[in-house]
Design a protein around this ligand. Structure first.
Ligand SMILES: Nc1ncnc2c1ncn2[C@@H]1O[C@H](COP(=O)(O)OP(=O)(O)OP(=O)(O)O)[C@@H](O)[C@H]1O
Ligand SMILES: [Mg+2]
Length: 498
């Protein structure tokens, strides 16, 4: 490598009100390298990058790009200077096409009108160059989250940026897409493009990064060559203590059969075929499978938000049929979804509102909402979930990505559901906080709750469940005892119907 410095952040500080989020940060990124950026939820990773892009105004410090101080007024100006960012929470126009999203704000024109033919050509060339199979005319809304994430990555590449910031880019990518992303990153790196790569996934950091920097509570702990550090060192740098194990003991004792799904078929695409299983009280039941195998659809069909064509849902010996999530909730079901922005979160509202909204009846005194009870609930969940925030009245959008997810889990905890469906519950959550969520899951199971958890992370599904159902191509490929299975078996089952 030439060793030329592309980005140099010097003594960067940023506060929101009294909350000092970045405290004298220094970071350099060299040409043609990938610099990982790690740190707990709320450590300041996204904020740091938003200061670079002028999305937030920094309080102090200097940012040099290619040797010159810069002060961008916003992402557009940054892009024009060769710096692109793929955000943690995608900001796309879902009702527009892929190519509209690619060219937003820079439509090619011909004689004063938008040159659609050129847009299509350029889009196709871009996807061909990245060997991605996407039709530029597809409406974004009809695509999966993972495909939308890939479009966003392609967009960053299309600007011929010299520095690309990826903020948790793989959170919803399929394994194959992760491979593709890594080969794109690797190719661009060879051409001299630099990256800042924010992720909570250790194995990704060791695979794709040259260097790794760790932030804790707004301070830069260190930046090292990946080859000169290891997982334990990174964890203790992030959480300020060592974490001797990643999973608590799964010492719950499942009781009698409680929930049963019998020959379930769903009506609309993607159609689930003939799914049958039984889960006990106090059991933690995992659902594994590749992204797109139908796991979320299965949870949704149990929760009344996906039409069932045939089959039965039986709870405590009684047949149930839910036509809406409300009915499911009335029968003590809860569903934590993977896409918090679309399904779970009211962005314009406070932590307090988001914590209490699904359970308002519980906070009334004489038929009126009791603010004291609302505050107590919000405070209880902030404490239980260890959510990093200033107060319950803070807007949920002011929280870091991982802390937003904790609020969503807390809201469902408030309902104390008998059957807790969790779809990728620890997505975007840091290593330390994951452990706490696992403890909560085990605690709920010990209280006799039935827990069904979908996860794409193999260690997680093997680390916290009693049994695992594996889905493959919208079918159930098998059910195994967690203690008696291994990674190979899960992978083999997940490919059964491909
Ligand atoms: N617009 C805002 N207003 C007020 N506080 C904010 C705002 N944006 C971020 N913060 C606060 O800054 C801190 C750092 O947040 P940031 O999003 O940078 O964390 P992060 O390291 O990216 O975490 P995660 O891994 O969860 O994404 C958090 O405490 C957050 O609440
Ligand atoms: Mg973040």
């Amino acid at each position: 490598m030439s060793g030329k410095t592309v980005l140099e952040i010097k003594n960067l500080s940023k506060s929101f009100g009294k909350n000092k989020v970045l405290d004298g940060i220094n970071l350099t990124v060299e040409e043609g390298t990938v610099c990982g950026l790690m740190g707990e939820n709320g450590a300041g990773k996204s904020t740091m990058m938003k200061c670079l892009f002028g999305i937030y105004a920094k309080d102090e410090g200097q940012i040099d790009l290619f040797g010159h101080p810069v002060e961008f007024s916003g992402p557009k100006e940054a892009l024009e200077s060769g710096v692109a960012m793929v955000h943690q929470e995608l900001q796309q126009c879902l009702d527009r096409t892929v190519m509209d999203n690619l060219f937003l704000g820079r439509y090619p024109t011909k004689g004063g009108i938008v040159d659609e033919a050129r847009m299509l050509r350029d889009s196709n060339n871009l996807f061909a160059r990245l060997s991605m199979n996407v039709n530029p005319k597809t409406v974004m809304r009809t695509m999966s989250v993972s495909q939308r994430q890939m479009v966003e990555i392609a967009k960053a590449v299309s600007y011929d940026a010299k520095l690309i910031v990826l903020d948790e880019p793989t959170s919803s990518l399929t394994e194959r897409e992760v491979r593709k992303l890594f080969s794109i990153v690797d190719n661009l790196r060879k051409q001299g493009v630099s990256f800042v790569y924010i992720s909570h996934k250790m194995d990704e950091i060791f695979e794709i990064c040259d260097d790794v920097a760790v932030l804790r509570d707004g301070k830069m702990i260190f930046k090292k060559h990946v080859a000169d550090t290891n997982m334990n060192e990174l964890i203790s740098a992030m959480v300020g203590r060592s974490l001797d194990k990643r999973f608590p003991d799964v010492d719950n004792a499942p009781g009698e059969p409680y929930l049963e799904v019998r020959n379930l078929n769903t009506k609309y695409d993607p159609v689930l075929h003939d799914i049958s299983f039984m889960v006990r009280r106090g059991e933690i039941f995992g659902i594994y499978g590749l992204v797109g195998a139908g796991r979320s659809e299965l949870l949704e069909s149990m929760f009344g938000i996906r039409t069932i064509a045939s089959g039965q849902l039986i709870v405590g010996g009684k047949k149930m049929h839910f036509n809406s999530s409300k009915q499911a909730m009335n029968h003590s079901f809860a569903l934590v979804t993977e896409e918090r922005k679309l399904n779970g979160m009211f962005g314009k509202d406070t932590i307090k509102f988001n914590t209490t909204i699904t359970n308002l009846e519980a906070y009334k005194t004489m038929h009126l909402l009791d603010n004291k009870k609302l505050n107590e609930a919000a405070t209880r969940e902030i404490k239980q979930m260890n959510t990093k925030c200033v107060s319950p009245d803070e807007l949920i959008t002011a929280l870091s990505g991982g802390n937003q997810q904790k609020v969503i889990i807390g809201k469902w905890m408030e309902r104390s559901p008998q059957i807790f469906l969790m779809d990728e519950p620890t997505r975007g959550i840091d290593v330390g906080a994951k452990y706490e969520i696992y403890q909560l899951i085990i605690k709920m199971a010990k209280e006799g709750k039935t827990i069904i958890v979908v996860s794409s992370e193999m260690p997680e599904i093997l680390g916290i469940t009693n049994r695992i159902a594996v889905m493959s191509n919208h079918r159930l490929a098998g059910i195994v005892n967690t203690k008696e299975t291994n990674q190979e078996e899960l992978l083999r089952l997940s490919a059964k119907y491909l």
